[in-house]
Structures are given as C-alpha cells and as structure tokens.
Design a protein around this ligand. Structure first.
Ligand code: GRG
Length: 306
C-alpha cells in the first residue's frame, strides 16, 4: 500500500511539474504562448516563485479527484498547473510589504526581496492572467468537452476571486489587531484558504462529468480539508520549525493576526483540526475504494510539518 501510494503521488507530482515546465515561458525567445514578446525578466520573476518547490497540494488534489471520478487526467493537467500558478501569485502578493511583508517563502527569499516590489506585483499579475489564458486555450483545444472545461474554470474563478480567496484575504487584512471573533475567523478561513483547496476538486468534477452527489461530497471534503489545513498552518506558525517550513514562524502574533490559537488556544485548535480531518475522511465514504489515494493523501496532509 505504501509503495502504491508513493508511486501514485510521484506520478501526480511528476505530471504537475512536467505541465508547468511545458507551459511556463522560459526566455524571451522560447515562449510561443505569448508570441515571443514577453520580456526575459518577467519570465524570470514568474519562474522564480513557481519553480521554488511548493508542495503542489492543489494540483495533486485536482488530478487525484479527476482519476477518482473516472475522468481523463490528461485533460485535467492544464487546470492543475494553472491552479498552482494562481496559488503562487497569491503567495507572492501575500508576502508583499503592503500585506504580510515576509522575507522568506518556500525556502528562499520572497519574490519582492529579490526583484523589488514592482516586479513582484507584476510576477503575481502575470501568473494569474497566464493561468486563465492557459485554461482558455486548453478549453478551446477540446471543443468536444468545452462545457466541462468552462465550468471548471468558472469554479476556479469563483473560488479564487472576489467572493473567494480575495474576499477572505481582504477580511484577514481588515481584522488585524482586532479581538478574535469566531464568525469572522470562520469566514476568513473558509475563503482565504478552503476555497482554493475546494476549487481543484470541483474543477476535476466538471472535467470528469461527476453527478450532483459527488459535487456535494467533494465540496464537504474540500471545506473540511481547507479549514483543517489553515488551523494547522496557524499551529505551525506557533510551534513549527522555521528551517523545515522554509519561512519565518511566530509572525501571526507579531502582526496581530486573527488565528485559531489566538481565539481558543493551542489545545482546542488541535482538537478542532482533528475533528475536521475526521469529517474530511467521512466525506469520502461515498467514493469507496476509488478514493484510496485521496484518503492516504489527506492523511499525509494531516501529518504535515511544513
Ligand atoms: C494575495 C489575494 C491574495 C491572497 C493571499 C495564499 C494567501 C491568500 C495567503 C498566504 C498566507 C496563508 C497562510 C494562506 C493560507 C493558505 C496557505 C496555508 C497557503 C500556503 O499553502 P501551502 O502550504 O504552500 O500549500 P506551498 O508553498 O507548499 O504551495
């Protein structure tokens, strides 16, 4: 079983890396997607953060969900890579001085520390736009499944956008130095984090042609995983190892962030996270054996140290 898991995980990550490498502009000369007119410096700033070695959680979820539902992963590859571009843009912008002002991310200096704030903003903007450009081109290349691809993009745009991740991030910024409040925190976590972890599951469901019950189960799974993932992130900021995580810790308290440990303490946060991870597993019951990888992957995420 352990062998099977490692092989499948390696296959998904390999597909993600390969697709990112194939789509990502490399230099001024060899980026046909952009008609060869993209400045080499912009390529470099985009590549710097996208190839910095993130865990690739969102694209792996997308490919795994697609296969779990009997879909064709080949058709899902572009959306998987695009989601990682959207996630990476959000990290670049989140690290900016006007937001969290972080120096380290994914084990290296943040984008703005290397290229300056202006270029980091543009690298994020470029990744965000390029993600949709890639998905649109992929949708147009599959006219026989156009609706599934367009619906997948719609699911991603909704959860990454103004009523999704950006909404959560906005309230997160507004809530700094406020007295922790359970409802406000639930909103922030649901949108800032859980939405972008639910997006790949729903995108996969559209690409694979899932039914209504599948959508319900995947939405519940994504929300539980997303909320638990964020509570764990808050806990890692309090107790994690900065070296292992590749970024500074203890920053939430310094910034007066509204977090679970600030609201209910470390022990109760741990219990809440454990409850949510159990609920996530429950949500997969409907998929039976075909969810074997998803179950094992959720377990790995539950145990993560970075
Ligand atoms: C700037 C619009 C905008 C949004 C930013 C992503 C984000 C929203 C903020 C980053 C801070 C944070 C704690 C977000 C919660 C989500 C999260 C835990 C992101 C880190 O994701 P991982 O652990 O990172 O998947 P890697 O580097 O492995 O991809």
């Amino acid at each position: 079983m352990k062998h099977m898991y490692q092989a499948q995980y390696g296959r998904y990550v390999g597909m993600v890396e390969e697709t990112i490498a194939a789509l990502l502009p490399q230099t001024q000369e060899d980026c046909p997607k952009m008609g060869g007119v993209i400045p080499a410096h912009l390529c470099e700033t985009m590549r710097y953060s996208l190839l910095a070695g993130g865990k690739r959680v969102r694209p792996v979820l997308l490919l795994a969900a697609c296969e779990m539902l009997g879909g064709d992963v080949e058709e899902a590859r572009t959306a998987a890579a695009a989601l990682e571009m959207i996630h990476t843009y959000s990290l670049i912008h989140d690290d900016l001085p006007g937001m969290d002002d972080d120096d380290y991310r994914r084990g290296r200096l943040t984008n703005h520390k290397v290229y300056g704030v202006g270029h980091a903003i543009l690298a994020g903007d470029a990744l965000l736009n390029y993600a949709y450009e890639c998905m649109l081109q992929n949708a147009l290349a599959h006219p026989e499944h156009l609706e599934g691809h367009v619906m997948a993009m719609n699911a991603i745009a909704g959860r990454a956008g103004v009523s999704g991740m950006i909404a959560g991030q906005s309230l997160d910024l507004l809530s700094e130095h406020m007295e922790p409040d359970a409802d406000r925190l639930a909103y922030i976590h649901a949108h800032k984090t859980a939405d972008l972890l639910t997006a790949p599951l729903l995108a996969a469901a559209y690409i694979a042609g899932a039914d209504e019950e599948d959508f319900r189960a995947l939405t519940r799974f994504g929300m539980c995983v997303g909320l638990a993932f964020q509570i764990d992130d808050d806990l890692l900021d309090v107790q994690g190892d900065a070296q292992q995580m590749g970024k500074q810790t203890g920053m939430d308290a310094q910034r007066g962030k509204m977090t679970w440990p600030a609201l209910v303490g470390v022990e109760a946060s741990r219990e809440k996270s454990a409850y949510l991870w159990d609920q996530a597993e429950d949500a997969l019951a409907r998929f039976g054996e075909s969810a074997w990888f998803m179950r094992a992957y959720a377990e790995k995420l539950r145990m993560r140290k970075k």
